[in-house]
Write a protein that binds this ligand. Structure first.
Ligand code: HEC
Ligand code: HEC
Length: 207
């Protein structure tokens, strides 16, 4: 009799858990579908259906951090981050769409590029991990993490296209990327061309 009660209690708890979790799971499926529709309606042309973009000019979004993606979409929409390519793409997105898109891409598997120049990448690995104490470039790892996976708010850099990374560092250093750029401006303005190319080559090949 006592065992029956115990079994009943377990069943009750499990039942309650399913009841409370079911709407959450349904929500995720609905959000996934919402994001997939938006992506197949346009984003895929440049970023691919799985966030594997078609050109080095377009950032890879696969495995990028969800909150970071949502924030960038909001910045494009408000005009704080300028991009002729992205401007028209975000104008009809709601906050919920942006969140769903962030979740969607963050769950796609990460990929890395073949290294083109291992010697250059070795210089990049040093700058990424240590910075340049002679010129005052801060170590990238301090913010973007030792494995370049970023954090909720900070972008993942591992596996990104080298050219996209170079272009962004150039923009930060010229203060053209005006959204949330104070920190990166201070880092980028001290970097030499060699350091920029090296760090980009290293990151592109990083899994
Ligand atoms: C015509 C090509 C094109 C299309 C279509 C497009 N994008 Fe982009 N996207 C770009 C380019 C180019 C950039 C880089 C902008 C820059 O920084 O100058 C970018 C940047 C981004 C970023 C910032 C990534 C980062 O690492 O900071 C996100 C997020 C993004 N796009 C999401 C989307 C979504 C979601 C859609 C569909 C609603 C979309 N894009 C449609 C070209 C495109
Ligand atoms: C003190 C913290 C900090 C350090 C150190 C730092 N970053 Fe960043 N980085 C940031 C922040 C914050 C952003 C996001 C800015 C935004 O939200 O628009 C960023 C964005 C970037 C981006 C844009 C990514 C994208 O997807 O568009 C690149 C590229 C980048 N950092 C490269 C580097 C490199 C390379 C180094 C080292 C030489 C470095 N960062 C060091 C904080 C840092």
């Amino acid at each position: 009799m006592r065992e029956d009660w115990a079994a009943l209690r377990v069943a009750l708890v499990l039942g309650l858990l399913t009841l409370t979790c079911a709407p959450l799971m349904a929500q995720t499926a609905a959000d996934h579908e919402r994001a997939r529709k938006i992506v197949s309606g346009g984003c895929l042309l440049c970023h691919g259906i799985d966030g594997e973009s078609s050109s080095e000019l377009f950032p890879k979004l696969a495995a990028q951090n969800a909150a970071y993606i949502a924030r960038q979409l909001a910045s494009f929409k408000s005009g704080a981050r300028k991009s002729t390519a992205m401007q028209g793409m975000v104008k009809d997105l709601s906050e919920a769409d942006m969140k769903a898109l962030g979740e969607y891409f963050s769950r796609k598997p990460a990929t890395a590029h073949e290294l083109r120049d291992p010697d250059l990448a070795a210089v990049g690995r040093y700058v990424y991990a240590q910075g340049n104490r002679f010129s005052g470039v801060a170590a990238c790892a301090g913010c973007h993490g030792p494995d370049a996976a970023g954090s909720a708010e900070l972008p993942r850099l591992a596996g990104q296209h080298a050219l996209y990374i170079e272009n962004r560092i150039g923009e930060f250093s010229r203060r053209e990327r005006a959204s949330d750029n104070a920190v990166m401006h201070a880092v980028a303005e001290k970097m030499t061309e060699l350091e920029i190319k090296a760090v980009a080559e290293y990151l592109a090949g990083k899994k």
